[in-house]
Ligand binder design. Structure first.
Ligand SMILES: [Zn+2]
Length: 184
């Protein structure tokens, strides 16, 4: 529980305001939280609010600079089934680096941002990178799902092509025209 820094009262209202911040010749609008004492009307930032406001400001700068936001970093890490520690091993910066990025306490560098984007958007690049750092065990994605199109036919020929292949015990599935695609 926070107290008023002036009179010590616990009776506080939480408020927000939008601050315009100058950054690299741009004006960034950042929502800032603060407390207002109901007793003496003192306005102040609690330590928790100050921390949250720092994070908001940092995220706004990152967005302006075209860097991945903290939530995007987390989403990409979770998609690749890495713990924060594993992501730190893969992308460097010390064992706690990725948890700091995800909390918004530290901004990743531009070059690291590019490495993360490259590795998480292309499995071949990721595999090459993991090989370079000798951690191929950290490739955890299951094999990309790929629909094998054995036959492409129109609907009228469905029956003709849906036959069981006894040699390898597989059944060839006829892909409807709408499904003609590889990958997911
Ligand atoms: Zn007060």
């Amino acid at each position: 529980m926070n107290n008023c820094i002036s009179c010590g009262s616990h009776e506080l209202n939480m408020q927000t305001e939008t601050l315009s911040m100058r950054y690299k010749k741009a004006h960034l609008d950042v929502v800032s939280e603060f407390s207002v004492c109901k007793v003496c009307n003192e306005e102040f930032e609690s330590p928790v609010q100050a921390n949250a406001n720092d994070i908001s400001m940092r995220e706004a700068k990152k967005e302006h600079d075209g860097l991945l936001g903290k939530d995007s970093l987390k989403r990409l890490r979770v998609q690749h089934k890495w713990t924060q520690q594993e992501a730190a091993i893969i992308f460097g910066g010390g064992i706690n680096s990725f948890s700091k990025y995800e909390r918004g306490e530290v901004s990743q560098s531009d070059s690291l941002d590019k490495l993360i984007r490259l590795c998480t958007s292309d499995t071949l690049i990721l595999k090459k990178h993991l090989k370079l750092i000798d951690r191929e065990d950290l490739f955890k994605l299951s094999a990309p799902k790929c629909k094998v199109v054995d036959f492409i036919s129109d609907k009228s020929n469905t029956q003709r092509y849906s036959k069981k292949i006894t040699s390898n015990n597989s059944v060839h599935r006829v892909i409807e025209p709408i499904e003609w695609q590889y990958g997911t």
